[in-house]
Design a protein around this ligand. Structure first.
Ligand code: SIN
Length: 278
């Protein structure tokens, strides 16, 4: 096999990594993949066909696994969360811009998503780069958000009975559970590995700016969201069986498109624990 190639997407968000076997990675290739992940925010692989055990082994090379409190795990592997939509369901998981686990005190580092069952067409995933979103803000918006912190919550999502980004018909509600809760994070974080600044608010989980009401917060948050989801900084991943997307939750958003009604889609997700944000 010729040597591994890293091919960045024209949007500036994401890179595809070609000619690599994730079950047989040298330390040198692993270091290059890590570099691409930190630089591009999301990396894509094709034709990997990982077993669940190989998926877990690859994830553990990056850090401890963060087991999702809300998703159903695969029966044999509690480390693997199912992102599932059945033919008869109309709502999907992740069908809005978000970053995983921003409602946790220590949000997750990243998520490794493996395609298991795909619709004939549709079900692509969009990604947006939050380094670029921050870098391209106007000086005025940068000044307005300097030093601010924002509250993130999962109560309206996993504690709800009537909708939300992850609400799937028949899915459980955690309304009275102590699993639902809030966390406060800087609006602009300094990425612990790249040292770059990234915008760290998202439409699904950020509820308001600390010290302001949601109504007072919304004009600023909506201006940031509109900027962050600009088409020129978004990439689209078209899944095939054997495809993998591995994103960095600290510097990207993602959005699972729900355009395949009447068909099944099943993905396996492993989430890797992060470190406190600054
Ligand atoms: C997710 O939001 O983690 C799932 C993304 C997808 O299914 O494409």
């Amino acid at each position: 096999m010729r040597s591994m190639e890293i091919r960045p997407d024209a949007s500036g968000c994401g890179a595809e990594i070609l000619r690599v076997d994730l079950t047989d990675l040298s330390e040198a290739d692993f270091a290059r993949i890590r570099g691409a992940y930190i630089e591009h925010g999301v990396i894509f692989f094709r034709d990997q066909n990982l077993t669940p055990e190989q998926h877990i082994a690859f994830a553990k090379r990056w850090g401890p696994i963060d087991i999702n409190k809300f998703f159903t795990a695969t029966p044999a592997h509690p480390e693997i969360a199912e992102v599932r939509k059945e033919k008869e369901q109309t709502v999907n998981i992740g069908g809005g811009w978000h970053t995983d686990h921003s409602y946790d005190q220590v949000p997750a580092m990243g998520s490794i998503l493996v395609a298991r069952i795909l619709p004939e067409k549709g079900g692509d995933t969009l990604f947006a780069n939050m380094y670029l979103a921050y870098d391209t803000l106007t000086d005025d918006l940068k000044r307005q958000i300097r030093g601010l912190r924002a509250v993130h919550s999962n109560r309206h999502v996993f504690g709800a009975t009537d909708g939300g980004y992850n609400s799937v018909e028949g899915g459980p509600s955690f309304r009275n559970s102590d699993l639902v809760g809030d966390a406060v994070h800087p609006v602009v974080l300094t990425h612990p590995e790249s040292g770059r600044k990234a915008l760290y608010v998202n439409p699904a989980f950020t509820t308001h700016i600390e010290g302001r009401t949601p109504e007072e917060s919304n004009p600023l948050l909506f201006a940031l969201y509109a900027h962050a989801m600009s088409k020129e900084r978004v990439c689209r991943f078209v899944w095939q069986l054997g495809s993998i997307a591995f994103w960095d939750n600290r510097c990207t958003w993602h959005f699972a498109l729900n355009d395949y009604q009447g068909q099944q889609r099943l993905m396996h997700r492993i989430t890797i624990a992060g470190r406190p944000l600054h």
